[in-house]
Design a binder for this molecule. Structure first.
Ligand code: ATP
Length: 324
């Protein structure tokens, strides 16, 4: 059951932002809002996500990434600000948003198939048992687990369990997928395989994704945009890095792109040197100006600069060979 309601007030939704699929505006989270001595975990969090975009968020431990994801999911409440998805304010959980956590959260007494069917039945209660089963199998097949459908979680490896969680999230065909470090507990090989699978599925379904990761390479492979969060308390989305490499990238080829190292260096440099922002005037007052709370993060494209530097005239032998 959804607990969302429609927003009709034009005052709440700035006209130029109506087109964005997801709008996050002036988000603040404080665990002690009544105590001025305790600063908020994050504030002035503003960003948009377009339909079909894959967005990763990176930042040091404790800056508030999971809290933001939980607010997007409707599982937690912001102290200030709002989230609008597809024209409706997010005020509670909904099957329109599928969530995958780091721990797979499967029901241990149910088979992989039954775990996926459970979600499908909640979404479409009028479907027949056979329709539900066929639908769930389609998504288990998609993540390469068709043959393990009748196994219970304790008979599956960590990677397989995580795939069941992904199949369950995809099977309810949510408008948006929220992934909280979904591959964090997996070994490098399994992680790579599932990343590739996720890319294929997202490409096929045009799914909109918001994903938390600590892995810079994972973000570069998967994301169209990488949001960089500064340290908390009072964390912000400091920068949005656009991934300007062609979307058809794979794990084995992505590092051949001339843009790759420029983007990677930019992300690492932020995490190492720039994630702790210098105090701004007003910080010590514990209160931000209203305009500041709605300030959009800077958007940067470090890959394009690297690309421009490699665009030189072709080598002489190529010119000679292509001459008539
Ligand atoms: N219920 C709570 N009461 C008080 N503080 C909390 C509560 N839940 C979380 N916090 C604090 O909020 C901050 C943000 O937590 P959150 O889990 O969102 O960070 P994160 O960036 O996802 O961290 P990580 O990368 O380690 O998962 C942390 O400093 C945490 O201690």
């Amino acid at each position: 059951m959804t607990t969302e309601h429609k927003i009709f007030s034009k005052d709440l939704v700035p006209t130029e932002k109506v087109a964005a699929f997801l709008q996050v505006e002036g988000l603040v989270k404080s665990y002690a809002p009544e105590n001025a001595e305790v600063p908020p975990v994050f504030e002035a969090v503003n960003f948009d996500i377009q339909k079909g975009e894959f967005v990763c968020i990176i930042g040091h431990s404790g800056c508030g990434k999971s809290t933001i994801l939980n607010i997007l999911a409707g599982l937690d409440e912001a102290t200030q600000g709002y989230v609008i998805m597809n024209g409706k304010e997010v005020v509670g959980p909904s099957l329109d948003r599928g969530v995958v956590f780091q721990s797979h959260a499967l029901m241990p007494w149910m088979t992989a198939l039954k775990n996926v069917e459970f979600g499908v039945r909640s979404r479409w209660p009028k479907k027949s048992p056979q329709e539900i089963s066929e639908h769930a199998m389609k998504y288990l097949d998609m993540v390469g687990l068709g043959k393990a459908a009748n196994k219970k979680p304790h008979e599956l490896s960590g990677g397989m369990k995580q795939r069941v969680g992904i199949a369950r999230a995809f099977a309810i065909q949510p408008q948006m997928l929220l992934l909280d470090e979904p591959f964090g507990a997996l070994d490098a090989l399994t992680r790579g395989t599932i990343q590739d699978e996720l890319l294929q599925i997202v490409k096929a379904t045009g799914q909109t994704v918001f994903m938390i990761t600590h892995d810079v390479d994972e973000a570069i492979l998967l994301a169209d945009k990488v949001m960089l969060m500064s340290h908390g308390p009072r964390a912000r989305i400091a920068e949005i890095v656009e991934n300007t490499m062609p979307r058809e990238r794979t794990r084995s080829t992505v590092h051949h792109d001339p843009q790759y190292y420029a983007i990677r260096n930019h992300l690492v440099d932020f995490l190492v040197n720039r994630a702790a922002p210098a105090p701004e005037p007003g910080d010590d007052k514990g209160k931000q100006a209203v305009t500041e709370l709605h300030k959009q993060p800077t958007v940067v494209r470090p890959g394009l600069k690297a690309l421009a530097n490699t665009e030189t005239t072709p080598p002489l032998n190529l010119i000679q060979r292509s001459a008539p």
